[in-house]
Design a protein around this ligand. Structure first.
Ligand SMILES: [Zn+2]
Length: 469
């Protein structure tokens, strides 16, 4: 049995891990790599394995850095089943189409430039038709159910508390080579316990092999309640300057969390009355999908909803506007006075948020509010680090707007909670592989796992590195 790490190795994007056992191949996640444009284009185009040889794909959750290369996988010859939870399957319906739309737009922009330079055009990574085709391969299963996905291999999904539908993947593999049963646990992305809306990550009792995310392996988050207070303060301060608060946010997960917090703040009059825009066609679709899955809400959210007679949507309130069309989105540019604008993508690498940043970051009255993890080399990271000038759509912009960071809305567990989750394994893994993190948090989490909970054999794989199990 063998595992190879083809993505999210010493970085946070492009999650792809290949398991080979009993002459079969199982791919965990097939995410898009995000980063420098030319590098991303090459890496995403050329899959580092033969897709036609993959028997089964298992998807931990719908975020694009885990799911976004599935249409390319299918286009390149994959013919197996893609296992995911019901909510993940439904979310992928909206998210992969949105991603295809972004791919098509991006390449159009690049090709205009190439045409001017007399260079031949690039093809999009995949089209909307490819995304639709890929959806035919999905096979949904519920949480907490053991399903035999091939002879000698069972799969179960458990709540990961990271976004709607997110799962911890548990595989039981009868390894015929060694005659042993191997229990392989892939954390997927783990949520921070105690956050509103979703249930907390499920503690898993045992693992032989553990693949674990490490995004915040070196940091402790602010308390959610403090961050909610911080959100109110940022809005009040910016409102006083008659400025706009611009929030780059993943359309799925964080956007709903921020909207839910704003709902509570507006209702208790802790923020002034001002227009709030969720400018993302995807967020509109996703909000509807959330309302199809009340079974995924936690107790607090259920109580909040039941306290509002006739209200079934925690993501809608007076003053909140969802914009779908490009026309509506452009109207926001002409808006005078204070407002809050939430838009995707979360690391400001693509999507409408780039227009809002281009329009607003040169004005010192405005605030860019960072609420999620910003990967290396992304526009979001450059803004977070307050670089004087940033490039958007190939033009330089002076960063004069205020920049604030709130960590309590994070969809990822922080160091203490990562250690707590790993510490709940009564049978310690024989081998642990840390993925989905940058070098510092990876090293810090590895040390924590060894010293604080006594894990042996903790590895930090390099890209394309293989390990025999
Ligand atoms: Zn995620």
């Amino acid at each position: 049995m063998k595992i190879t790490f083809h993505g999210a190795a010493r970085t946070v994007t492009g999650s792809q891990h290949l398991i080979e056992a009993n002459g079969r191949q199982i791919l965990l996640d097939c995410g898009l790599y995000q980063g420098k444009r030319s590098e991303a284009y090459d890496r995403n185009h050329k899959l580092p394995f033969d897709p036609s040889k993959i028997d089964i794909m298992i998807l931990s959750h719908a975020h694009i850095d885990h799911s976004g290369n599935i249409p390319n996988l299918v286009k390149s010859g994959f013919k197996g089943d893609i296992y995911a939870t019901f909510a993940t399957q439904e979310l992928c319906g909206a998210m992969l189409l949105d991603s295809a739309h972004i791919q098509e737009n991006d390449i159009e922009f690049v090709n205009k430039k190439r045409a001017r330079a007399g260079e031949p055009p690039f093809k999009p990574l995949y089209t909307q038709a490819d995304a639709v085709e890929a959806l035919k391969y999905f096979h949904a299963i519920a949480y907490d159910r053991q399903v035999e996905i091939m002879p000698g291999v069972t799969l179960a999904f458990y709540d990961a508390g990271h976004m709607l539908g997110s799962a911890i993947v548990v595989l039981n593999i009868e390894d015929r080579e060694t005659g042993r049963d191997v229990r392989l646990v892939f954390s997927g992305d783990l949520g921070q316990p105690g956050l509103p809306i979703l249930r907390d990550p499920t503690p898993i009792d045992r693992a032989d092999v553990l693949l674990m995310e490490s995004t915040y392996g070196d940091k402790k988050h602010d308390d959610f309640v403090d961050s909610k207070r911080g959100l109110a303060q940022v809005i009040i301060d910016t409102y006083k300057r008659d400025g706009k608060v611009i929030i780059p946010s993943f359309a799925v997960g964080r956007t709903q969390e921020i909207v839910y917090a704003l709902h509570q703040l507006a209702e208790s009059a802790k923020i002034p009355r001002l227009p709030i825009f969720v400018d993302s066609p995807l967020a509109v679709n996703v909000t509807a999908i959330f309302s199809h899955h009340p079974e995924a809400y936690d107790e607090e959210t259920r109580q909040f909803i039941s306290g509002h007679k006739g209200m079934t949507d925690p993501f809608g309130f007076e003053g909140l506007h969802y914009t779908r069309s490009v026309e509506e989105s452009k109207q926001i540019n002409f808006l005078k006075g204070a407002a809050v604008i939430i838009s995707a993508s979360g690391m400001a690498e693509s999507g409408r948020i780039q227009h809002h940043l281009a329009n607003n970051i040169e004005d010192a009255r405005n605030t860019v509010l960072i609420v999620g993890y910003q990967g290396e080399n992304t526009l979001g990271r450059k803004i977070q680090e307050k670089e004087e000038k940033v490039k958007i759509f190939g033009e330089w912009y002076q960063l004069r707007a205020d920049v604030q960071v709130l960590t309590g809305f994070s969809a990822h567990a922080d160091r203490p909670n990562l250690l707590k989750w790993a510490g709940a394994l009564k049978k310690k893994p024989v081998r642990t592989f840390l993925v989905h993190g940058e070098d510092k948090p990876l090293a810090a989490l590895a040390e924590g796992l060894r010293k604080e909970i006594g894990f042996e054999n903790v590895d930090i794989p390099d890209l394309h590195q293989s390990f025999g199990l």
